[in-house]
Design a protein around this ligand. Sequence first.
Ligand SMILES: C[S@@+](CC[C@H](N)C(=O)[O-])C[C@H]1O[C@@H](n2cnc3c(N)ncnc32)[C@H](O)[C@@H]1O
Length: 281
Amino acid sequence: MTALRAGLAAATEKLAAAGVPSARFDAEELAAFTLCVERRDLWRHDESAPEFDAYVERRAAREPLQHITGRAYFRDLVLRVGPGVFVPRPETEVVAQAAIDAARRTDSPVVVDLGTGSGAIALAVATEVSGARVHAVEADPGAHEWAVRNCAGSGVDLRVGDMAVAFGDLDGAVDVVVSNPPYIPVGAAIRDPEVAAHDPALSLWSGDDGLDAIRVVEDVAVRLLVPGGVVVVEHADLQGRSAPDVFSRTGRWTDARDHRDLAGRDRYLTATRTGCPRRTR
Ligand SMILES: C[S@@+](CC[C@H](N)C(=O)[O-])C[C@H]1O[C@@H](n2cnc3c(N)ncnc32)[C@H](O)[C@@H]1O
């Protein structure tokens, strides 16, 4: 056992030297995790747990914090994550919010999450929109296993398979389609070791311009949505024009527009399926 304050200071220094951007936060998270307490309750403790130093070593080697603790925070949720599944990101919380807002405009909305990963967006909608019927699909069997764990008991209809051909039984019956698909151009450099070495390839890469999966989402959303239904799609901050263009060019959407995240970066698009407006509250 080491004195907690000194241990935290040393860990913060070590993580900062290793290039970890949020060194103090991560050190505190690891200290809290090893003591089995919440980070806000650390002040009650004088000693760190015996495993703390080993966990700091792993983080200094740029293993994702969420893989070490096995948990990721997303809106009100604590999700189980680890090797084989994309770690949900804070910027996706506003994407989920847009889907939640769109779903709340309809009674008993039917919502589909394409490429659900850990199940983050699907679960957020299922827990925050009363009466929502939520369906989600994931192509990667390893990631799907994590989603199964997270979605247990939630009522989310979780399927494994390719989104391109998923949910034939829901054609023309969906109110909101939401997706955080892969959107990094093949060959682009990934700066963060946590992403490059630990996020599954299928969750990252998406053709020469990074838009291949978004084109698939456009096609699937047209098939699934009721006229007047809404699609919400996350994209890279450099795709604030090109991603909405995928939708507006087809002539199958009205009001395709882009939105920013809390950091002010272009982050997601919304578009409305052409046709008569859906029933609204
Ligand atoms: C960027 S991750 C997002 C995961 C999750 N929605 C989130 O926001 O944390 C993209 C996810 O889409 C999945 N995926 C990629 N291509 C797919 C496809 N053709 N059909 C279904 N899922 C796919 C990946 O395996 C990955 O889990």
